[in-house]
Design a protein around this ligand. Structure first.
Ligand code: SF4
Length: 402
C-alpha cells in the first residue's frame, strides 16, 4: 500500500518520473552554472489529495486537522472541475477525497464523484461514515481499483461516541456499519476499509487529552469483518506540532513506551486471530505503525533536502494548494490558491518554486514520512546521472494512489 517507489515504476506512472528526474538534473546543472531554472515539463501531479470542504459534523478529540476545520473558504466548483480537467491530460491519475473536512458534506458530492470517474480517474474516499447514504449513492460510479475508508477508531458505540462527538445525537457505530453490505452489494469491486487510529493515554491535541482506544483493537477488527469490510487498517495517533507538521510523538506515551507497544502488538495478534475465520479479510498495519513497533521510526525522519514527492502528489483544499498531507494548511507549504491548477503553467511554476525553497531536511525532520523511501530512491536516480530506460520490466498493477 505504501511502497511508493514500486508504484512509481508502473508503466502508467514511470514516464512522469522519467521526465521529472531529467528536469531535476537540468535544474541542478543550471543552478550550479548560475543560470535560470528550466521550465518544469508540461505535467501535473500524478495523484492528489482533494479536500472538498473543511466542514465537519464531528468534533473528534484526536483530529489532526482540528485547526483548519469549518473555515469560510469554499471551492469554486466550476473552477475546481476546470483544474482537474486540465490536470488529467498532464498525467493526473488518482484522487483521494479526504479532509480537513468531511467530503460527503460537499454539496453535490455524488455528482462530483461521477465527474471524477468520467475523467477516467481512480477515486478513493476517506469519510467519517456519517453520511453513508451518499457513499451508497456514489458507489454506482466507483469500481475496481477504487476504495472507501471509514475513519471509525473504536469497536463500541460508547467509545466511538466519546471519541468522535457527532453532531447528530442519535448516530451510532452500529448504524454506520449497517451500510457496508449495501455499499458492497451496489459495487462489489469497491474495497472498503475500517480505519482505526490507535490512541493511548498521554496523547493530546493541544490541551485536550485523547481517549485511549487500544483495548478495542481486536473487537474493532471483529466488527469490521462481521460488517463486511474488506480490511481494517491500524495506524498510530499523530499530533500537530507548533509549526503545523503532523508528527508521531512516542515520547508522549504515558507510562512505559515498551508496555504500550507490547499492548499494540498484542492487539494486532488478537485482531488477526479474531478475523482468521473471515476469508479474504485483512488486518493492515500502516507504515508508521510498523516503524514505531520496529523501533526504526527515527530513520523515517531523515529526508533529502528536496522532497520530490511535491511534484508527484499534492494536496488541494479550499484553503489553497499544499505540497504534502503532513503540511496541510501550513503557510510555508502552500503553493498557491485552491484552484491553482486551473492554469497549468501557474501550477508548474509554483511547483518549481516550492521544490527549490522547501528544505524537507529541516521542515520534515520531525515527520515520520511515508514517502521517505520514494524520496531517497528518486534522489538516487537524479544523482546517478545515468539515462533512465523508457520502459521498466514492471507489471502494471493499476494502483496509482500516492
Ligand atoms: S519529505 Fe515527506 S513529510 Fe516532508 S513534504 Fe515530503 S512527503 Fe511530506
Amino acid at each position: 500500500m505504501h511502497d511508493f517507489a514500486a508504484k512509481l515504476q508502473q508503466p502508467a506512472l514511470w514516464p512522469a518520473v522519467r521526465d521529472y528526474v531529467a528536469w531535476q538534473r537540468r535544474a541542478r546543472a543550471a543552478t550550479a552554472a548560475g543560470q535560470p531554472l528550466p521550465d518544469l515539463p508540461d505535467r501535473a501531479p500524478l495523484s492528489i489529495n482533494l479536500d472538498l470542504t473543511t466542514a465537519c459534523n464531528y468534533a473528534c478529540d484526536h483530529c489532526i486537522d482540528w485547526d483548519i476545520l469549518n473555515q469560510k473558504q469554499k471551492h469554486d466548483d466550476e473552477l475546481l472541475r476546470a483544474a482537474l480537467e486540465r490536470m488529467v491530460p498532464r498525467g493526473l491519475r488518482s484522487v483521494i477525497l479526504i479532509g480537513g473536512g468531511e467530503p460527503t458534506l460537499y454539496p453535490g458530492f455524488v455528482p462530483f464523484v461521477q465527474f471524477l470517474k468520467q475523467l477516467g480517474l481512480q477515486v478513493a474516499v476517506v469519510s467519517n461514515g456519517s453520511r453513508n447514504d451518499r457513499i451508497l449513492q456514489a458507489a454506482q460510479y466507483l469500481g475496481a481499483g477504487d476504495w472507501v475508508r471509514l475513519s471509525l477508531d473504536a469497536a463500541s458505540n460508547d467509545l466511538w461516541r466519546r471519541m468522535h462527538k457527532p453532531q447528530k445525537a442519535t448516530l451510532t457505530l452500529d448504524e454506520i456499519c449497517s451500510f457496508v453490505p449495501a455499499i458492497k452489494a451496489a459495487q462489489p469491486a469497491l474495497q472498503m476499509g475500517f480505519s482505526f487510529v490507535i490512541t493511548w493515554r498521554g496523547g493530546s491535541r493541544g490541551a485536550v487529552e485523547v481517549h485511549e482506544n487500544l483495548h478495542e483493537m481486536a473487537a474493532a477488527a471483529t466488527r469490521a469483518a462481521q460488517s463486511g469490510f474488506d480490511y481494517i487498517s491500524f495506524k498510530p495517533f499523530l499530533e500537530r506540532q507548533d509549526d503545523g507538521a503532523e508528527v508521531l510523538d512516542p515520547a508522549k506515551v504515558r507510562g512505559e513506551l515498551a508496555a504500550v507497544l507490547a499492548r499494540i502488538e498484542q492487539g494486532l495478534r488478537a485482531s488477526r486471530e479474531a478475523t482468521a475465520g473471515f476469508p479474504g479479510f485483512r488486518v493492515v498495519v500502516s507504515t508508521n505503525l510498523r516503524v514505531l513497533l520496529a523501533g526504526t521510526w527515527r530513520d523515517y525522519t531523515q529526508q533529502p533536502r528536496t522532497c520530490h514527492m511535491q511534484m508527484l502528489r499534492q494536496v488541494l483544499t479550499p484553503l489553497g494548494t499544499f505540497n504534502c498531507p503532513a503540511h496541510r494548511g501550513v503557510a510555508k507549504a502552500q503553493l498557491g490558491k485552491a484552484e491553482l491548477w486551473a492554469v497549468p503553467a501557474a501550477g508548474q511554476a509554483a511547483t518549481a518554486g516550492i521544490l527549490g525553497r522547501f528544505d524537507a531536511g529541516v521542515e520534515c525532520q520531525q515527520v515520520t514520512c511515508l514517502y521517505h523511501g520514494a524520496n531517497w530512491w528518486l534522489e538516487g536516480l537524479i544523482e546517478a546521472g545515468a539515462d533512465l530506460p523508457v520502459e521498466l520490466p514492471v507489471e502494471e498493477r493499476r494502483d496509482w494512489f500516492l
